[in-house]
Design a protein around this ligand. Structure first.
Ligand code: CA
Length: 554
């Protein structure tokens, strides 16, 4: 019965599309084609018997896209051309896209705020960590609610949301509207600990299984010259991002981030009550431990000044001084196969390590999010919202989904037995993810669903071993994530103000605590008090209200 209903509703959608796009046969066929493929149902007879008279194709609609992510990417490549996957989407949906974001801008958030001051003149806006900013402006009328647009013109997005109610819940604002399509990662295991097995072997040490053993190992890495150059130059613990170093508080059993973004510092306790992780007593104890490690040279002395995402390549590939890190299993384990590195350090060997906590707890905090606060939205000034949502919908079509994960067929991937397989051109890259982003525009954080399959193809054996090590620990090993909340306009405004004030104060103070610039014991109470003055506890209060509402979204 429900199948029949579904089929009828699909036909209805299809008919609506025909009416809506009666002037453009080509578009009708593509939309129908995507639907057919996506549902595996033979509704193509309607397409073949298309009663619409052939008219001249409509001229393509032009869309200005302001997308700026990770402080470096727009939809335009270094050659000034639209990146291949964004161009393919444009060709397939009969639109012409223009990049209107500054391709050399250094800060994605500033780029976005600049557009706010001009009332968002482009058609589509997007980038990293924009969710709360977009919601804030959406409540002021700057971005369009997409619900009706999705219903009418975006069959692939509609289907996806129907099939993924948790995602739909995360995307739906407190007023019931969807204003933004988010990047949705795939796979559950994300960051894991990796440690130098070659160094453990060299110093005759065992894989640490307790915190005390880990501390012994790290001090041995520091003091016993495992790289064998006679110089005390080892950096036992380091991270590509300084926030990940702060996450080392996990080793003391303290929480740090609520889900997969460094902005989110409100977490659940074991009774599902929220608290602010960065003001907790356990966090303080952990900072005292990290401060000692910092003084003793256990953690990277340049952790807070080093350029983001350069530590692994510097401390491993270039200098062979790094011991242990906490990072994504695929890209990290690939260092085992990095030719430049192996040329100078043939024994280099990373293996996955389970977290070992001082308080005896065993869990991993980092978990890929259901939806990230990255993505894109349609400006209220959009010249043609229908074209904009059709363009966005393509990335959820079968063809768009594959292209956006794998790039361009025949170049970056080929199809084998219905599966996209990366070509050697891609697999030979030292960082596949960065390569496909930069070269094809694939996997930039627009609204799309990632497929873990893209990653599984280039993960080394050590990477998969680490993946399984964590995966096999079961569900409870991963802590319950703070949901992405749907705040009201009032809450959003407050939250935005509190969050930036609290986070920037904490960033500054926590770095000072770890590096020893500010004494922890004598300044902790004042620090907590200041956090609360700036709104740390207010954020927790907002979350408690939002959580009640979240649980009631059907
Ligand atoms: Ca040394």
């Amino acid at each position: 019965m429900s199948n029949v209903k579904k089929h009828v509703s699909r036909l209805l959608i299809f008919c609506m599309i025909l009416v809506c796009f009666a002037g453009c046969k080509q578009k009708d066929k593509e939309t129908a084609g995507d639907e057919t493929k996506a549902t595996n149902e033979p509704s193509s007879s309607a397409k073949q018997d298309d009663p619409e008279p052939t008219k001249e194709a409509e001229p393509p609609v032009e869309l200005d896209i302001h997308f700026h992510s990770n402080n470096k990417y727009t939809i335009e490549g270094e050659d000034g051309k639209i990146l291949p996957v964004f161009q393919l989407a444009a060709d397939e949906t009969n639109v012409i896209v223009h990049n209107v974001a500054n391709p050399v801008a250094q800060n994605s958030n500033d780029e976005f705020q600049l557009q706010a001051s001009e009332q968002f003149p482009a058609d589509i806006y997007g980038g990293t960590s924009l969710r709360s900013a977009i919601m804030n402006y959406a409540y002021q009328g700057a971005f369009l609610p997409m619900n009706d647009l999705i219903d009418q013109y975006a069959p692939n997005i509609k289907k996806f949301l129907e099939e993924n109610p948790e995602v739909k819940r995360s995307l739906t604002a407190a007023d019931g509207n969807i204003y933004m399509l988010n990047y949705m990662p795939d796979g559950d295991v994300g960051r894991v600990f990796f440690i130098r097995q070659d160094w453990l072997d060299k110093l005759n040490l065992k894989m640490p299984t307790t915190f005390d053993e880990l501390e012994e190992v790290l001090y041995a890495f520091r003091n016993n010259d495992p790289n064998g150059n006679g110089i005390k130059d080892e950096v036992p613990l380091f991270n590509d991002k300084w926030q990940e170093l702060v996450r080392s508080v996990n080793l003391w059993g303290a929480r740090c981030f609520g889900f997969d973004t460094f902005e989110e510092r409100v977490v659940f306790d074991e009774n599902d009550h929220f608290y602010h992780a960065w003001t907790a007593d356990k966090f303080k104890e952990a900072l005292i431990g990290l401060n000692k490690w910092y003084k003793d040279g256990i953690i990277d002395q340049e952790a807070f000044t080093r350029k983001t995402n350069t530590a692994r390549s510097t401390l491993w590939t270039k200098e062979n001084v790094g011991g242990m890190t906490h990072d994504f299993f695929a890209s990290t384990s690939n260092f085992n196969h990095n030719e430049e590195l192996l040329a100078s350090t043939p024994d280099f060997n990373l293996v996955g390590m389970l977290p070992v906590h001082k308080d005896g707890s065993a869990w991993e905090e980092h978990h890929r999010a259901v939806a990230k606060p990255d993505g894109w939205a349609i400006s209220a000034n959009c010249k043609n919202p229908e074209a904009a949502i059709r363009y966005m919908d393509w990335f959820f079509s079968e063809k768009g989904h594959i292209a956006y994960n794998f790039g361009i067929e025949g170049d970056s991937y080929t199809m084998k037995d219905g599966k996209a397989i990366f070509t050697d051109k891609v697999l030979s890259q030292s960082n596949v993810f960065t390569f496909i982003q930069k070269t094809y525009g694939a996997q930039l954080p627009i609204g799309y669903k990632q497929t873990f399959d893209y990653e599984a193809q280039w993960v080394s054996k050590e990477g998969m071993d680490a993946f399984n090590l964590y995966k096999n620990k079961g569900e409870d090993f991963y802590l319950k994530r703070t949901p992405i909340f749907n705040l009201t306009q009032e809450e959003t405004e407050e939250y935005e103000a509190y969050l930036s004030a609290v986070n920037s104060y904490q960033d500054e103070m926590v770095v000072a605590f770890i590096t020893g610039k500010t004494d922890i014991e004598s300044n902790w109470d004042a620090y907590v008090e200041r956090c609360n003055e700036l709104g740390a506890q207010k954020i927790v209060d907002i979350y408690n209200v939002a959580y009640e509402r979240y649980l009631n979204i059907k």
